[in-house]
Design a binder for this molecule. Structure first.
Ligand code: CO8
Length: 261
């Protein structure tokens, strides 16, 4: 197991759980934390036993309350751009890792924490969670993909509302605008997240990767280009042993046994 200082990583039955573990600063994303996350993502991407990743925050109060403001406060323009690009690259790695990542949002998801949740494929929130992109209150703007991913997820008008006012919203409003997939009672969050992760882990892994790719790449393309991406991936899926197994299992009226090939 890896030697992380700012995160915890646990792998259990096909599900890797990465927990941001700096509760005394509400799990603020320091540069060191971001580097560890990047390393953890490389490890789970390379581990064929891991089918699904859950990301959450330690303690009862925060998922991640943003980038570490102590570090941001001393940035000049060159480093500001470099640090933003690095954070964006880590979010891209998360989004493109080929395995579904669930943000399990147990409290404040602000600034870079909200941006990290936006890079995840699914977002499950506690009813105590709070969301926001308050960077405008610090004299800056979101720098880890928030201006782009939030607008794509909830639409331009709603994204500009949150980005330009910096206001915090509760879980119910986040659900209503499509920022999160579902909201559950705080005490049930981890159990419900685990159930969702196990459901995803029971699916055909290669087809799962293609689903993520088709949606992610297609959203950046024209409809026609997206449909070509989809049909090409569909063709590739038809070349897998899992396609033969999935359809044979249906016809045999039994559960499929995926090989991930
Ligand atoms: N960075 C560093 N420390 C933090 C952060 C943070 N983002 N958030 C909380 N903390 C620390 C507090 O300073 C405090 O430390 P201490 O006990 O030493 O005083 C501790 O965590 C507990 O916080 P509070 O006492 O403030 O707790 P409250 O319950 O009173 O308030 C809040 C909770 C509302 C979440 C409040 O802490 C808050 O507003 N935090 C900052 C939220 C924020 O502005 N986040 C956005 C940061 S900017 C960002 O994320 C940019 C991302 C893109 C970067 C691009 C790179 C260049």
């Amino acid at each position: 197991m890896s030697d992380f200082e700012n995160i915890l990583m646990e792998i259990d039955g096909g599900v890797a759980t990465i927990t941001f573990n700096r509760p005394n600063v509400l799990n603020a994303l320091s540069a060191a934390t971001l580097k560890e996350l990047s390393r953890a993502l490389d490890e789970v991407a390379a581990n064929a036993d891991v089918r699904v990743v859950m990301i959450t925050g330690a303690g009862d109060k925060a998922f991640i309350a943003g980038a570490d403001i102590k570090e941001l406060a001393v940035l000049g323009p060159i480093d500001g751009q470099r640090v933003a690009r690095h954070g964006q690259a880590v979010m891209d790695k998360l989004e493109g890792m080929g395995k579904p990542v669930i943000a399990v949002i147990n409290g404040y998801a602000l600034g870079g924490g909200c941006e990290l949740a936006l890079a995840c494929h699914l977002r499950l929130a506690s009813d105590a969670a709070k969301f926001g992109l308050p960077e405008i209150n610090l004299g800056v703007l979101p720098g880890h993909g928030g201006t782009q991913r939030l607008a794509r997820l909830v639409g331009k008008g709603r994204a500009l509302d949150l980005i330009c006012t910096g206001r915090h919203i509760g879980a119910a409003e986040a659900k209503e605008m499509g920022l999160v997939n579902d909201v559950v009672p705080h005490d049930e969050l981890m159990d419900r997240a685990r159930e969702l992760a196990e459901t995803l882990a029971s699916k055909a892994p290669v087809a799962m990767r293609y689903c993520l790719e088709a949606v992610n790449q297609g959203l950046e393309a024209t409809l026609n280009e997206g449909l070509v991406i989809e049909s090409n991936l569909f063709g590739l899926a038809c070349a897998t042993e899992d396609q033969k197994e999935g359809m044979k299992a249906f016809l045999d009226k039994r559960k499929p046994e995926w090989k991930g090939r």
